[in-house]
Ligand binder design. Structure first.
Ligand code: ADP
Ligand code: MG
Length: 217
């Protein structure tokens, strides 16, 4: 199988898919956040990606490279989303593009590196560790998969990445929160899944769905 190359259209399509995705999942995320937070996680993501959708064509026209598209999307999330997830996802996308300046296509391995940079920046910003009941509990197991050598089939690796994140989100259910709003609940947070860990794997699934399409094209 030849090396998979992802062009900027792939990423623009992913960003275009984000709003319909968050709209579909908004109520579910809302419910999770109502149980252990303030119930706005779904709304926060909708507000952020509504703005991304509004500006995406202009961003795409003006951006010289994939790096700039990611930076602009991240800046919008950072600027428009009030909750703690806005700055975290904002820095994820801003930093994901940092090593691909000047590029309008990236290899699959470069793409994995982009996501690893994004995950690292969420940890730097939020200072959460594994087991703190945050989106990091989804991202870190995912990062372990991304760091492994890529098999022949990129979809296989990316599916394993999303699966690891999904399991990571499940792993938050029995935990007490050590970061974020749910911290205040103490033991009452036990038995509830962390909303940010849930949205994190779901957002990565949006990348996966377009990846499957890119591979079969
Ligand atoms: P807020 O908590 O301000 O209402 P959201 O509801 O949009 O913001 O997002 C909540 C999610 O943010 C949590 O479920 C958790 O996954 C994530 N989160 C909060 N604080 C941190 C942190 N320090 N590091 C990583 N993730 C965090
Ligand atoms: Mg909230």
């Amino acid at each position: 199988m030849p090396t998979l190359v992802l062009d900027r259209e792939y990423f623009v399509n992913v960003f275009r898919d984000m709003l319909p995705f968050v709209d579909k999942e908004s109520e579910h995320l809302q419910q999770l956040d109502s149980a252990i937070g303030d119930g706005d996680h779904g709304i926060n993501l909708t507000i952020g990606f509504r703005e991304v959708t509004k500006q995406l064509d202009t961003i795409n026209e003006d951006a010289a490279d994939i790096s700039t598209i990611f930076k602009k999307v991240g800046m919008l999330l950072l600027g428009k989303v009030g909750g703690s997830s806005g700055p975290l996802y904002g820095s994820f996308f801003m930093k994901a593009g940092k090593d691909v300046t000047g590029k309008n296509e990236v290899t699959f391995d470069e793409f994995c590196g982009m996501l690893l940079n994004g995950i690292e920046s969420i940890q730097l910003r939020g200072k959460a560790e594994l087991g703190d009941k945050t989106m990091i509990d989804a991202f870190l197991p995912g990062a372990e998969v991304l760091k492994q050598d890529s098999p022949e089939d990129p979809v296989e690796k990316f599916t394993a990445f999303v699966e690891a994140m999904k399991e990571g989100a499940e792993s938050t259910i029995p935990l007490i929160a050590k970061k974020g709003r749910a911290m205040r609940l103490g033991e009452r947070a036990i038995g509830h899944k962390d909303p940010g860990a849930e949205s994190a794997w779901m957002m990565m699934e949006v990348f996966l769905n377009r990846l499957k399409e890119a591979v079969s094209a």
